[in-house]
Design a protein around this ligand. Structure first.
Ligand code: NAD
Length: 241
């Protein structure tokens, strides 16, 4: 029996479109998702590697851990879903992208990201001198601030951290104002994912979910496109012409 064709969407029909990307978008590139056996927190205790307390206790150990994650992500490449989204956004600049991902794969595909809610593996922060970009996508050039010697922490929202308020406000404004809300590869249970889907729905957006599986938030969506992002995004979101 052949599978029924999935519905397709024309971004030109909506004044504003938000793609909300979670860890599932990177899964086919080889970056493990948060949940499940392959998930990184099944192997490592976050209290040793991914919170401010761990960094204060042992910055070298925490930076080594992030170095391994960066090295792994560098071996991963954007897939057909990322590439199609980049083409869509180039054709329709009103497509805005909000993500929980920290891996930088969207940007490497040429996608303009409006809000990285959980920061980025590719930035570092000095407590006194603020952001120190490190966009060369290689090993850390500095582990300590060249100006004051303080340890530079990854600019990531770790466990126990608060989400950056300005970034969160940008995302919330975009989500509240969109006519088409497309979530891709999020389980919808990590804050703020669940809140954003509810907000978009309450604001009257057409709700589309791209995910191979149901999850706790799926009931919020009118259209549930079941399949991997690398197939569903190119198959269901039309380019002009
Ligand atoms: P999650 O791990 O909780 O859920 C992943 C979702 O993706 C699941 O619903 C799964 O069914 C779906 N999925 C799996 N393969 C898919 C595919 N090929 N196409 C589409 N969907 C697919 O992810 P989350 O909700 O984004 O929460 C993860 C949290 O952990 C966030 O806080 C994030 O910052 C962090 N995180 C980030 C990365 C990354 O940057 N790539 C990776 C792991 C965790």
């Amino acid at each position: 029996m052949t599978e029924p064709a999935l519905k397709s969407f024309d971004p030109a029909e909506y004044r504003s479109v938000v793609f909300f990307a979670g860890a599932g978008l990177s899964a086919e590139s080889g970056v493990p998702t948060y949940r499940g056996h392959a998930g990184i927190w099944a192997q490592y205790n976050y209290e040793d590697y991914a919170c401010q307390r761990a960094f204060d206790r042992d910055p070298v150990r925490v930076l080594d851990f992030h170095e391994v994650r960066r090295t792994h992500v560098l071996q991963c490449a954007p897939h057909a879903g990322h590439r199609h989204l980049a083409q869509l956004q180039a054709a329709y600049p009103h497509i805005r992208v909000v993500t929980q991902n920290i891996d930088g794969l969207l940007q490497r595909a040429g996608i303009r990201v409006d809000a990285e809610l959980h920061g980025s593996l590719w930035r570092q922060r000095c407590p006194s001198h603020g952001l120190r970009d490190d966009l060369e996508a290689g090993p850390y050039r500095h582990r300590q601030c060249p100006d004051c010697g303080a340890w530079l922490r990854p600019d990531i929202t770790w466990f126990e951290d608060r989400v950056n308020e300005a970034v969160f406000d940008t995302a919330r404004r975009l989500v509240a104002g969109c006519e088409l809300f497309v979530s891709v590869g999020t389980s919808g249970v990590v804050w703020p994912a669940a809140g954003f889907a509810q907000l978009a729905r309450d604001s009257g957006a057409l709700m589309v979910e791209v995910n191979p599986e149901d999850n706790e938030a799926s009931a919020l969506y009118t259209h549930r496109l079941r399949g991997p992002a690398s197939k569903v995004i190119p198959g269901c979101f039309r380019l002009p012409g």
